[in-house]
Design a protein around this ligand. Structure first.
Ligand code: PBG
Length: 322
C-alpha cells in the first residue's frame, strides 16, 4: 500500500504519538560511568581534553559514586592513575593499589552500586603498553599471569565485574581460571572483545597518562578495517568464559555491534569513548551544535544498533535528564 493511502507522517504528528511508536529508549539502567582515580586526598582535578570529567582521589570518588548512584546509574568502571609506574606494572595488582582502594571504598559506602574494574597494565607500566615487554614487543603469554593476578586483586577489593581491555590472546581464560581458583566464581567478566586501535582514545590517554612511550597498540588492538575478525574475537572470548562482550569505540563501529547482536545472546556493551564524548562537547562549546541533544542521539543510536549497556562519560548528565 503506498501513497496516498499510506502516510508515514500520520504517526509523527505530535509528541504523544511519537512516544507511543518509539522503538528504542535510553534508560538509566543502561548506563555505566567511567571514573578516573588518583592518589592523594581532596583531589577533584578537571581533565582539559574531556570537559565535565574529573580525576578524583578516593575520598572524592566516593562522593561522586554516591551522586551517580542517587541519579539511578547502576554501575561505574574504575580506571586507576598511580603515582609510580614500572616495567611490569606492579601497581596493577597491588593489594593496596589505587583501584583496589577505590573499589573497597565504594563497595563499603555505596553498596548498591556495581563496581566494574578495567583490567589492563597500560596505566601502570612505565612504557605505557598493555602487557609486559620482550624487547619492543608485547609478550602475550607472559602478560596473562599479570592480568589474571590483577583481576583477582580487583575481586578481592570487592569488584563484581572485571573488564579486561588489554587485547592479549587467552586473557579471558586465564582470568576465569585464576578467579575460580581463588574462590571468585561469581565475579563476572565483561570482555573488551572487539577493541579497535582507534584515534578516538586520544583524550583518555591524556586523562589516564597512559599513552605508549614508543610505538602504538596496533600489534594487539584490532584494525579498524576488519569486521569478520571482530566476530571471531567475540566468539573466542565467549568460549573462554566471558559473561558479556564489549565493542569499542561505539559510533564508528555500530555495524560490528549490530552484527554481534544478531550473532550472540549474551549482554552486549558498547564504549562511547573519550574522543567520541569530547568531540560532541567541543562542538557544543563552540556553539556548533546542541551538545545535549547530540549526546542523546548518539546514545539512542548505540541502543538501536543492539547494545544492552553503554559506557559513557555523560552517564550522570544523561541520567539527570531522563
Ligand atoms: C586501556 C584502555 C583504553 C581505554 C579504555 N581502556 C585506552 C587505550 O587502549 O589506549 C579507552 C577509553 C576511552 O578512550 O574513553 N586499558
Amino acid at each position: 500500500m503506498s501513497f496516498p493511502v499510506t502516510r508515514m507522517r500520520r504517526l509523527r504528528r505530535n509528541a504523544t504519538l511519537r512516544t507511543m511508536v518509539r522503538e528504542h529508549r535510553l534508560a538509566r539502567e543502561d548506563l555505566i560511568l567511567p571514573l578516573f582515580v588518583v592518589e592523594g586526598a581532596g583531589v577533584r582535578e578537571a581533565i582539559a581534553s574531556m570537559p565535565g570529567v574529573f580525576r578524583h582521589s578516593v575520598d572524592q570518588l566516593v562522593l561522586e559514586a554516591k551522586r551517580v548512584a542517587d541519579l539511578g546509574v547502576p554501575a561505574v568502571i574504575l580506571f586507576g592513575i598511580p603515582d609510580a609506574k614500572d616495567a611490569r606494572g606492579s601497581g596493577a595488582d597491588a593489594a593496596d593499589g589505587i583501584v583496589q582502594r577505590a573499589s573497597r571504598a565504594i563497595v563499603e559506602s555505596v553498596p548498591a552500586l556495581c563496581v566494574i574494574t578495567d583490567v589492563c597494565l597500560c596505566e601502570y607500566t612505565d612504557h605505557g603498553h598493555c602487557g609486559l615487554l620482550a624487547g619492543e614487543e608485547v609478550d602475550n603469554d607472559a602478560s596473562l599471569e599479570r592480568l589474571a593476578q590483577t583481576a583477582v586483586s580487583h575481586a578481592r577489593a570487592g569488584a563484581s565485574i572485571v573488564a579486561p581491555s588489554d587485547m592479549m590472546d587467552g586473557r579471558v581464560a586465564a582470568i576465569r581460571r585464576e578467579l575460580d581458583a581463588n574462590g571468585f566464581q561469581d565475579v563476572a567478566i565483561l570482555s573488551y572483545a572487539a577493541k579497535y586501535a582507534s584515534a578516538f582514545y586520544g583524550p583518555f590517554r591524556d586523562a589516564a597518562k597512559s599513552a605508549p612511550e614508543f610505538g602504538d597498540r596496533r600489534g594487539y588492538q584490532m584494525d579498524p578495517a576488519n569486521a569478520r575478525e571482530a566476530l571471531r574475537e567475540m566468539r573466542l572470548d565467549l568460549e573462554e568464559g566471558a559473561d558479556m562482550l564489549m565493542i569499542k569505540p561505539a559510533l564508528a563501529y555500530l555495524d560490528i555491534l549490530a552484527q554481534a547482536r544478531r550473532e550472540f545472546d549474551v549482554p552486549l556493551a558498547a564504549y562511547h569513548v573519550s574522543g567520541e564524548y569530547s568531540m560532541i562537547k567541543a562542538a557544543g562549546e563552540r556553539g556548533w551544535l546542541d551538545a545535549d541533544r547530540a549526546m542523546q542521539e548518539a546514545m539512542v543510536s548505540i541502543k538501536r544498533a543492539g547494545a544492552d549497556l553503554i559506557l559513557t562519560y555523560a552517564a550522570a548528565d544523561l541520567a539527570e535528564k531522563l
